[in-house]
Design a protein around this ligand. Structure first.
Ligand code: CP
Length: 394
């Protein structure tokens, strides 16, 4: 990791030497507990130490990116630690932020990138995601970044790759798998960048300790992989998380994930340090119609779980009036894409209290950290299945 940090960034980090003994102690403890995963499929089950390890790595890269800009006006690449390695983006669902961010992250690390989408790939001929992934890995690709509409697609790919590893033609290579969003399951790098954004906003970049912070996830939490990653990661680091929305979008069963559930946004607002606002994921509400719309490349706009989008916006949309009811320091986050005028107003999205673009910026450093950690060769002993049973979340 140290090789990824510029001289200027190291100097800046040194400027933080006045931090309290307690904070320095926590940072030292963070440095001792190392991430040893080869894949990142979910945040659920990861220890606070493993999460902090990734976030500390991300902080180093972010400082290096800022340092590189300040030093010579150019930022590419920040480090050559993945020179000669290939990262393949396999995106079977649309994406703007995640796909571009992984590409930028891989290039900043000196890796080459290739992009495959369902349009133009042999997925259209009925090839399974497991077979597609195994074939791409067989070309000597070092990491697969996968987005897929099916929950658990990343786990399926890992198990498929394990069948071929060590066999004829594998050349002893191992390939990492990073989940870039699978159905309603998880979006782990989004969870990490959301945590990073909170930590920056509340001065917790040394410890990544979210103790004492209350975060509401407002909107379609039941359909949301972002919500599941946020709940897992934020609660592991000490935050209180409340999912807020109508019962059709925020079922009470979500409490089993370790969050509170509320259907009354206005009564929750005064408790909040941050609100993470979710898009209504119409495409996941009506399975048949959603799939049809996805094929036709037109966004789905109807839902069988909420009666009226206008009424939803009135009851749960974040507007300036609601922003005024939150704590003075409270901020607004959104993973994107935003439907302005539905889950939040344009005025809020573009306000000083909106962290939306800051989240996107942090995504690059977070994904650099994840790619670097997964591809660094520090592969935990045992198969993926064994490690999953031992509680390693990814
Ligand atoms: N936040 C997020 O996953 O955005 P994209 O769908 O554009 O990648």
């Amino acid at each position: 990791m140290a090789q990824g940090v510029s001289k200027l960034a190291r100097k800046r980090r040194g400027a933080g030497a006045g931090a309290s003994t307690e904070a320095r102690g926590r940072t030292a403890a963070v440095a001792e507990e190392r991430w040893s995963g080869r894949h990142l499929l979910q945040l659920r089950g990861m220890t606070a130490g493993a999460l902090r390890d990734l976030l500390v790595r991300a902080r180093g890269y972010e400082e290096a990116l800022e340092g590189a800009v300040a030093a010579d006006g150019a930022v590419a690449p920040v480090t050559a630690e993945l020179r000669g390695r290939v990262v393949a983006n396999l995106f079977f669902e649309d994406s703007t932020r995640t796909r571009v961010s992984f590409s930028v992250a891989a290039r900043r690390l000196g890796a080459e990138t290739i992009d495959l989408t369902s349009v133009g790939s042999s997925a259209s001929k009925g090839e399974t995601v497991g077979d597609t992934a195994a074939n791409v890995a067989a070309m000597g690709v070092d990491a697969l970044v996968i987005r897929h509409r099916s929950s658990g697609a990343g786990h399926l790919v890992v198990r498929t790759l394990e069948r071929y590893e060590g066999g004829a033609g594998s050349g002893g290579r191992v390939c990492s798998v990073v989940n870039a969003g699978d159905g309603r399951h998880e979006h782990p790098t989004q969870g990490l960048l959301d945590i990073y954004t909170l930590a920056e906003r509340f001065g917790r970049l040394k410890s990544f300790d979210l103790d004492g912070l209350t975060v509401a996830i407002v909107g379609d939490a039941g359909s949301s992989r972002v919500a599941r990653s946020d709940i897992a990661g934020m609660t592991a680091l000490g935050a209180r998380v409340i999912c807020v929305g109508p019962p059709g979008l925020v079922p009470s069963g979500l409490t089993s994930l370790g969050c509170e559930v509320s259907h009354e946004l206005d009564s929750v607002l005064p408790r909040l340090d941050a609100v993470n606002v979710l898009r209504i994921q119409f495409e996941r509400h009506e399975v048949g119609a959603g799939a049809q719309k996805a094929e036709n490349r037109a966004p789905a706009t109807s839902s069988n779980v909420i009666a009226s989008v206008r009424e939803y916006a009135e009851l749960y949309g974040i507007n300036t009036r609601r922003l005024g009811r939150m704590k003075k320091h409270a901020v607004v986050m959104h993973p994107g894409p935003i439907n302005r005028g539905v889950e939040l107003t344009a005025e809020v999205a573009d306000s000083q209290r909106s962290m939306v673009l800051r989240q996107v910026t942090h995504g690059v450093a977070v994904r650099m950290a994840v790619l670097s950690a997964c591809m660094s060769g520090k592969v935990a002993k045992g198969s993926y299945g064994q490690r999953a049973k031992e509680g390693v979340g990814a």
